[in-house]
Design a binder for this molecule. Structure first.
Ligand code: SF4
Length: 488
């Protein structure tokens, strides 16, 4: 136990804390303490936010409130904006064809110009989904606190970052003060043991975790992911796992920083450079939870037992391995039966049927969960094995312009096109369908995104089956849900 003054790196700016560090503090404890300004009378912490990411959907109302209150943005250099949710993926010619989208794009341009905030728009060559560009630019770094008006901000935890989604009034609070009033979450350590089988991906790991712990199992917790399966994952795989923490109820999820993290960050645009990088690595290493760290809860997930997984219902916890049959409500615990019945009623699937063979109409590869270059490479491996089935519409939407450039340099766009997939421009696209990429009527979509809620993909009656990008590509070619291991 000792008292320290700990720097928090974010491009040369330092926040300090002088709270004692216990030898058993986990990463969340350390990062929280380093950013705690003070304890509030409510018992919450006034927490300094190192990086605030904004986009066009949840920021306009916050800026309107700032104007009304005649407040300046406290640290414009700590806010970064992009355009992702509403951006069309076929043509981004201005003015945008959709009036509302054009208004939202114009609003964020105006707000950023007025308040001195950097905007990464399509003309910048760095535009993309907010949770894709932060990591790829090196903005997301270990030990930071990051907030964004989007629930999948947990993605950034892959670097050992405490990152969470916020609401519009909190966007305003950060713009005005760079701080938030928050209750500290408990920490659940999740060890994923064993080794993944070929054809099993990070998406399957996160679906397995949510299935085991439930969609509300993480409420009040931050998830710390570790164990042999997480240890050997790439940063992009960890981003996928952390992304879906919120789908398990945990507002924030993270993996401890290690050599994989440091290698990823070296020489990125916003990473510390030269001697500052070495100094940052020393700090980042000190943040990792020690082997005997204390947690509020510990859980093991058997990585050997995880199969390629598919969601069948109306929340991400309603998923199963590709070899399994759909659950029978009568066999489920009494408290789960109503939600199973509701899912069957919406999805028009039958208890006891195998999930394999379920026909699809649309295949979507993209999103902040699975729109990165490694996702596209795996999907392209599958795309090389055949052609999209007649009647299936298949979209590949890179998570950012940088991902698109890298994929095109490798010729992946040609692989997809040759197989009958559409190669689109970067954005959120059909994950949330706030742009023209929408399901129609009762269409059923094999999707690499993160939510299968009712109406999520643009049609109030549309249906979503979540799976890995490789599984989506395999389903596109087969015309129905299929085990990717039979294809690779
Ligand atoms: S890809 Fe989907 S989940 Fe991710 S930021 Fe966009 S809309 Fe939100």
């Amino acid at each position: 136990m000792g008292v320290s003054r700990r720097p928090c790196y974010s491009r040369g700016v330092v926040a300090e804390a002088n709270t004692p560090i216990s030898d058993k503090d986990n990463l969340l404890d350390k990062v929280w303490d380093a950013h705690a300004v003070r304890e509030l009378p409510s018992g919450q912490t006034q927490l300094f936010i190192g990086l605030h990411l904004i986009h066009e959907v949840t920021s306009p109302q916050a800026f309107a409130m700032m104007r009304e209150m005649k407040l300046p943005v406290r640290f414009p250099e700590r806010t970064l904006a992009t355009i992702d949710h509403i951006i069309p993926t076929l043509s981004q010619q201005r003015p945008l064809a959709d009036d509302l989208a054009e208004k939202m794009m114009s609003a964020i341009e105006k707000n950023c110009a007025e308040y001195g905030i950097r905007l990464l728009d399509p003309a910048s060559g760095k535009q993309g989904i907010v949770h894709v560009i932060g990591p790829e630019l090196g903005l997301t770094q270990p030990g930071m606190t990051i907030a964004c008006g989007d629930s999948h901000t947990s993605t950034h935890g892959a670097f050992g970052t405490v990152a969470f989604g916020i609401g519009t009034s909190q966007v305003r609070d950060i713009l005005a003060t760079q701080c938030l009033a928050l209750s500290k979450p408990r920490v659940r350590r999740i060890d994923v043991t064993g080794k993944l089988m070929p054809g099993v991906y990070a998406k399957d790991v996160t679906l397995a975790i949510i299935r085991q712990l439930g969609v509300k199992g993480g409420v009040g917790y931050a998830y710390e992911y570790g164990g042999p399966v997480i240890d050997v994952m790439s940063i992009e795989e960890r981003l996928t796992v952390c992304n879906m923490s919120i789908e398990g109820g945990a507002r924030c999820g993270y993996a401890n920083p290690d050599e994989t993290t440091f290698d990823y960050l070296r020489d990125r645009e916003f990473s510390p450079q030269g001697a500052s990088f070495d100094s940052a690595v020393r700090w980042w290493k000190s943040l990792a939870s020690p082997p005997d760290a204390s947690y509020d809860d510990r859980v093991e997930v058997d990585g050997n037992a995880i199969a390629p997984s598919v969601s069948w219902g109306i929340n991400p916890g309603q998923n199963l391995g590709i070899d399994e049959r759909l659950p029978r409500p009568a066999d489920a615990p009494a408290q789960d039966r109503a939600s199973l019945e509701e899912a069957y009623s919406y999805m028009s699937l039958k208890p006891g049927e195998p999930i394999a063979g379920t026909p699809i109409n649309v295949a979507f590869i993209g999103s902040c969960t699975n729109g990165r270059i490694s996702d596209l490479r795996e999907a392209a491996r599958v795309a090389r094995t055949g052609r999209v089935a007649p009647g299936v519409k298949a979209l590949v939407v890179p998570g950012s312009q940088a991902v698109a450039r890298e994929a095109e340099a490798e010729g992946l766009h040609e692989v997809f096109r040759a197989a009958g997939f559409e190669w689109r421009l970067a954005g959120c696209s059909m994950c949330l369908a706030m742009n023209p990429d929408k399901l129609v009527d009762r269409e059923i979509c094999a999707s690499s995104s993160n939510r299968n809620f009712k109406g999520r993909q643009g049609s109030p009656t549309g249906r979503t089956l979540l799976m890995s990008p490789a599984m989506v590509a395999a389903a596109a070619i087969a015309g129905h849900v299929v085990d990717v291991r039979e294809v690779l």
